[in-house]
Design a protein around this ligand. Structure first.
Ligand code: ZN
Length: 315
């Protein structure tokens, strides 16, 4: 159902579903919704980078690797890496609109919105410096060495830089090709074999980071979530089971497979296993036979027998 997604997409969908199910009055509701918005903007920014590389080619050997998660003295993520025989560039995308002030001492990013509101973000310069350092460490472990540059890509068209960063450049997506072409290419550090080795090592080191279950990750009590099968049409929680599917008492929408989304929400938000009883409570079902049939239909991994049976979902 959710196969072939990367860790950032998992995180986005997890936050969105958590935001949807969290009770209106929960103190973390606003934070979760804000985090989901930021995750969505982040993904959008990454796609902007991909689009640029789809349109341009470069007059030298290069490789682009996107959305990388690695472990070296801690887990770190990079939006994109541009590798050539001469240098490597980490591209860090920021999809933020408004007027930007890259502040120093202490380093932070301030944004003034069109309405004059000031927001503060973690400094992308610090983020980039940390990633450069961690990637250097990681390369050292592979006995590889190459100059590493970092650049901040401002992917939102409604951005204006008032106070530019000092340590790294901030560029717009359309100027990525010019920026990359102008970097010095005097010394060759990687031959074709090294380029390939780098790519295969990255693949080996890639950690598919699964942020589920979100309640554990965010310290939220599952009892603070709204249970019930959600109506896709009107967002009502508590569709009612009929013989051949689910009906929404609020808008009349009918959905044969609405339970699949609810059970997926359970695995994403609450636990990686579910029992028949938990399923009945979460889906508002009375019949254990129906719960049994629904769970059996979902190709889940089963452990234990009869009363102790648990169903497991593997991401
Ligand atoms: Zn409805």
């Amino acid at each position: 159902m959710l196969r072939d997604m990367d860790s950032r997409e998992y995180n986005l969908i997890g936050l969105q579903m958590l935001g949807k199910r969290l009770n209106e009055t929960h103190p973390q509701k606003e934070i979760i919704i804000a985090k989901a918005k930021a995750a969505k903007a982040g993904l959008h920014g990454e796609r902007k980078i991909s689009e640029v590389f789809e349109k341009y080619t470069f007059p030298f050997e290069y490789l682009l690797v996107e959305n990388i998660g690695l472990n070296s003295n801690g887990y770190f993520q990079m939006d994109a890496i541009f590798l050539t025989p001469y240098f490597l560039v980490i591209l860090e995308s920021k999809n933020i609109n408004g007027k930007l002030f890259f502040k120093q001492n202490p380093a932070m990013l301030e944004r003034e919105t069109a309405e004059g509101k000031i927001d503060v973000f973690e400094s992308p310069e610090i983020q980039l410096s940390r990633n450069i350092y961690l990637l250097q460490e990681w390369l050292g472990k592979q006995v590889m060495t190459i100059p590493i540059h970092g650049v901040i890509v401002l992917s939102n068209p409604k951005v204006r830089v008032i106070e530019p960063p000092k340590k790294h450049s901030a560029i717009l997506p359309q100027t990525i090709p010019v920026y990359l072409r102008n970097l010095p290419r005097e010394n060759v550090y990687f031959d074709s074999g090294d380029m390939e080795k780098f790519c295969s090592q990255i693949k080996v080191g890639q950690q598919a980071y699964i942020p589920f279950p979100m309640c554990v990750r965010w310290g939220i009590n599952p009892e603070d979530l709204r249970s019930g099968v959600c109506c896709e049409n009107c967002n009502f929680h508590g569709m009612i089971k009929r013989k051949s599917g689910w009906i929404c008492p609020s808008c009349g929408h009918f959905d044969k497979f609405a339970h699949e989304k609810a059970i997926r929400d359970w695995f994403m938000l609450i636990s990686d296993t579910i029992t028949n009883k938990q399923c009945r409570t979460f889906l508002h079902l009375e019949s254990s036979e129906i719960a049994h049939r629904l769970l059996q239909s979902m190709n889940l991994i089963q452990t234990g027998t009869s009363r102790n049976r648990k169903y497991k979902w593997v991401w």
